[in-house]
Design a protein around this ligand. Structure first.
Ligand code: ADP
Ligand code: MG
Length: 311
């Protein structure tokens, strides 16, 4: 996708870094064009995660087009080392939060801080290296499964690739393919399901092992059983390493155990707190929870009650 005309093999680690950051951007942008308006300040310093990775959106206002504001004076805190969920109707700006965090766009008002540093003041490479994401729509590269996972860490040995896939609960599926990890995927490769694609993306992220992790509807294509099992593995890793993580999800059963749940509505935080706090409050979250649980108890796929139906 990125055609580079210099003999890159001579550039060694520089190439590796460059390739890594291009790949991260590619992944997030879903192969769209990179926003060239975003520039580094002169002598930008690397981001320093001295506080364990606390993310703060402070009075953030943002619109893609002036006529249609997406976020308005948004204030939210994602505490260091905690698991945070973001819930809200589609189109309310959840994925936009992630794009702003990566600085694919800059905020129009307010600021975004990571461990107290305004993200506009740090180097882009250090910012994007610190954050890992399973995007809403994961692109696969025209390459082997092994390489598709290894994009998370180009120096990883095959065993590490395999361990990441096992944690993402896809190792058994890959191993059953005739060509195993050497199976070609992507547009010109084997067709794999949406759920398999999502698990490859999770494998890639677990291999990258960044300090800040963002899962944007990362398990939406999985059946409930596989989703629960995968979430259990992810939760174990996050807890063990005390990573800051953000989950955008529609099925509340996947996120109800978060340290903090933030409900977004019309560009603002409608409510936030732990599951039990939000249930006690009796607001939109508790309404959505009851609706999804009722369907779940009746054996119906619980995500049929969409966030939109309640908010
Ligand atoms: P969510 O992830 O909560 O479903 P998004 O953050 O993707 O919502 O989008 C918020 C709103 O911004 C939507 O109305 C969407 O159509 C709009 N939007 C998203 N990306 C762009 C873009 N690049 N240009 C213009 N509008 C956009
Ligand atoms: Mg989204």
């Amino acid at each position: 996708v990125f055609q580079l005309s210099v003999p890159l093999n001579f550039l060694g680690s520089v190439y590796r870094e460059l390739r890594q950051s291009l790949l991260d951007m590619e992944t997030l942008f879903n192969l769209q064009k990179v926003n060239v308006a975003i520039k580094e300040v002169p002598n930008a310093k690397p981001l320093e995660l001295t506080g364990g990775g606390e993310i703060v959106f402070e009075n953030v206002t943002f619109a893609y087009n002036k006529e249609r504001p997406i976020l308005q004076n948004l204030n939210l805190t994602i505490p260091a080392g905690k698991k945070v969920a973001i819930v809200g109707p589609s189109g309310c700006g959840k994925s936009t939060l992630l794009k702003l965090l990566f600085r694919f766009y800059d905020v129009q008002e307010g600021r975004i801080l990571i461990d107290g540093q305004d993200i506009r003041h740090v180097s882009l490479a250090s910012l994007r290296k610190a954050i890992g994401v399973v995007p809403q729509d994961t692109p696969l590269f025209n390459d082997t499964i092994e390489h598709n996972i290894r994009y998370g860490d180009l120096s990883a040995p095959p065993e590490a690739v395999r361990a990441a896939a096992a944690r993402a609960r896809i190792d058994h599926i890959i191993s059953a393919f005739p060509d195993g990890y050497q199976t070609m995927v992507g547009e010109r490769g084997m067709m794999i399901s949406g759920g398999e694609k999502q698990r490859l993306a999770v494998s890639r992220l677990l291999l990258k092992d960044p300090p800040l992790l963002f899962f944007d509807e990362a398990t939406s294509a999985l059946d409930t059983h596989t989703e629960q099992a995968l979430m259990q593995n992810i939760n174990g890793i996050l807890k063990e390493k005390a990573r800051t993580s953000v989950f955008v999800a529609h099925r509340l059963r996947t996120i109800y155990d978060s340290d903090k749940i933030i409900v977004l509505k019309e560009g603002k935080v409608a409510e936030s707190g732990s599951h039990s706090e939000l249930i006690d409050t009796g607001g939109v979250y508790s309404e959505l929870w009851s609706a999804q649980e009722t369907l779940f108890q009746h054996g119906t796929s619980e995500h049929e009650v969409a966030v939109e139906d309640v908010l």
